[in-house]
Design a protein. Structure first.
Length: 317
């Protein structure tokens, strides 16, 4: 059943407005929870093509999966891999995409368990016919059976990204994906292999997001953080880039160890800046289901940052 119109209103800049009593996206916006610092994601990913119509609540187990496939997925998770399901239309056929190897194997369902076990056991994959993939894969969470916000804002963002991608030739592969974490920040997306996570995406973000990613730059209005950094370092990077000229690149984030505060030097193509980060608390629900059951509202740690020192010489990026 489609959500009512007032569930996905946007303001005059295209940002999401949602009823905070009915949708977790609206609730976290009303609570003042920022996107910055919520970009954590595992580095090792197995992404399995499985029909979206068979997705259930789980991010990796779906309806009609044979037992040997479920067992292979479980063994991969035990070995430290994150496993998600992906899909898109009208692209036919089975496939598995693996990062950080950045390969795609097109193969029948019957071969899925063997490939997944080979990946998890770090075996040679040559016999599975791996091929290279486009420079950037954009995975957009549209997992409506996990959270209503992901269905509404995620799918709208996915369609717009699909429409915008052809302008970049073969540079982007756009997929629907199961739960990425942070349903309350829908619409959410993950760009691999860059490891950049995005949130609160709306259709108007598709063109500028791909334009930024085509230059290997984060799209700052919806940037949650780079997945390999801890939350305060993500905030330091975003705080710095937000204050520097458009197109500035972050090259490294180093934490100072001689202070009681969380202080970082953010090295960029425009020079180095020093950012102080501090922790605060907000209360927000993590999913629409929590709103419906009226559970006690959990307290979450968030991070904020401010520039305290800079020595900027603008250089060509």
């Amino acid at each position: 059943m489609p959500l009512p119109p007032d569930a996905y209103l946007t303001d005059d800049t295209g940002r999401i407005i949602a009823d905070p009593t009915r949708f977790c996206t609206g609730h976290t916006l009303a609570a003042g929870e920022p996107l910055a610092g919520t970009g954590a994601h595992q580095a090792r990913n197995i992404l399995i093509r499985w029909p979206k119509g068979r997705w259930e609540h789980s991010l990796r187990i779906a309806a009609e999966m044979p037992d040997d496939l479920v067992a292979a997925i479980d063994s991969a998770v035990e070995a430290g891999w994150r496993v998600n399901l992906i899909d898109r239309k009208p692209d036919p056929g089975g496939c598995i995409i693996v990062f950080p190897q950045a390969i795609r194997c097109d193969l029948p369902l019957q071969a899925y368990p063997a490939l997944i076990r080979a990946v998890a056991e770090d075996k040679d994959l040559a016999s599975f016919g791996p091929r290279t993939i486009p420079p950037s894969c954009v995975f957009v969470c549209t997992h409506g059976k996990h959270d209503a916000c992901c269905a509404k804002w995620g799918f709208a963002a996915y369609k717009s990204l699909c429409a915008a991608a052809p302008a970049h030739g073969d540079d982007f592969d756009i997929w629907e994906i199961t739960h990425l974490g942070g349903c309350r920040h829908a619409g959410g997306a993950l760009v691999l292999p860059a490891g950049r996570k995005y949130g609160r995406l709306v259709p108007a973000d598709a063109v500028p997001l791909l334009a930024a990613e085509a230059r290997d730059l984060p799209y700052l209005p919806a940037f949650r953080g780079t997945n390999h950094m801890q939350a305060p370092a993500q905030v330091a990077e975003i705080t710095a880039l937000s204050q520097l000229p458009t197109g500035t690149r972050c090259t490294a984030v180093d934490e100072h160890t001689d202070t009681n505060d969380r202080v970082f030097t953010v090295h960029t193509s425009a020079g180095a800046v020093v950012v102080r980060c501090w922790e605060e608390k907000v209360q927000s629900y993590g999913a629409c289901s929590d709103l419906k059951t009226q559970k006690p509202i959990p307290s979450r740690s968030i991070w904020r940052g401010t520039l305290i020192e800079h020595d900027i010489t603008v250089e060509a990026s």
